[in-house]
Design a protein around this ligand. Sequence first.
Ligand code: FES
Length: 94
Amino acid sequence: MSKYNITFADIGTTVNVSRGTRIVEVAEKVGASIPFGCKENDCGDCMIEVLIGAENLSKPSPLEIELLKEKLAKPSNRLACQAMVLGDVTVKPA
Ligand code: FES
């Protein structure tokens, strides 16, 4: 299976993960300062800013798009509990 790098800019840590890994799955393990609430696309607490590689994340679902709009997100924002890694990305808490 393909492996890609996800870099958490807030803590300067890069992790090599399998394609399809959700950011939430590694963020807590490495101590990134992304807060998580529901982990189910419901609260918006896990909003991140994608600094590099937005095109390397899974496309947001209609529900994620709706919640991001509710939270007045910028185009560079995603939900870490929903976005899956499909290539190299660099993120930080929003
Ligand atoms: S943790 Fe609630 S939307 Fe991601």
